[in-house]
Design a protein around this ligand. Structure first.
Ligand SMILES: Cc1cc2nc3c(=O)[nH]c(=O)nc-3n(C[C@H](O)[C@H](O)[C@H](O)COP(=O)(O)O)c2cc1C
Length: 173
């Protein structure tokens, strides 16, 4: 686990190589094993491997989602706001679980923020995706995680660069 944390980076370039079915199944299992408040599991995950849909999702917001076009898989993470008031937290943990599991499988991935982001002057990224993927209003769109074999190499952050001043003992200062 520590090794995964030390070597994990966000990967935004991907090889033109499909994912093995077994790896996709492990990703499904991993997100569904995420912890959730009161064990409500308020989520739904849409695994998107359709090239046309991935292309459309890549333009779901103005910046920061373009690289989804080159990924063989995008996982759209949804939370049911009718089931819990902490769907954001639950879905965030699930998104990070997918990110870390992808890394453990030798895959690269990157979180794409959707909640609170605009698609255009007229609609939000969330509304655009709900419309595109036939998602009901109460299933809120938290994020998309782009996943594929890495097409770029990134070093893990060196220990010397870790800002330990952000942690204190007993009181803030
Ligand atoms: C909540 C959250 C939202 C993010 N949204 C985006 C995004 O929309 N697009 C993107 O390219 N990266 C996004 N990222 C990735 C961050 O930019 C990245 O984690 C950060 O720059 C640190 O780099 P590293 O993950 O390689 O350590 C997001 C990360 C988090 C945790």
């Amino acid at each position: 686990m520590l090794d995964l944390l030390r070597t994990r980076r966000s990967i935004r370039k991907f090889q033109d190589q499909p994912l093995e079915k077994e790896k996709v199944e492990i990703l499904k299992e991993a997100v569904l094993r995420s912890p959730s408040s009161r064990n409500v599991k308020p989520w739904h995950f849409i695994f998107v491997d359709d090239r046309e849909l991935l292309l459309k999702l890549a333009s779901s917001k103005r910046h920061g989602a373009e690289f989804l076009e080159g990924a063989p898989l995008g996982i759209v993470v949804l939370g049911d706001e009718n089931q819990t008031d902490v769907w954001v937290e639950d879905c965030s943990i699930a998104t990070f679980t997918a990110h870390l599991t992808a890394h453990s499988l030798g895959l690269g991935s990157c979180w794409i923020q959707i909640r609170n982001r605009d698609h255009s002057d007229y609609d939000s990224a969330e509304e655009y995706i709900q419309d595109l993927l036939a998602i009901p209003d109460h299933m809120r769109v938290e994020s998309i995680i782009a996943i594929g074999y890495p097409g770029e190499e990134k070093e893990g952050v060196a220990l010397e660069e870790i800002d330990f001043s952000r942690v204190s003992l007993n009181t803030f200062r």
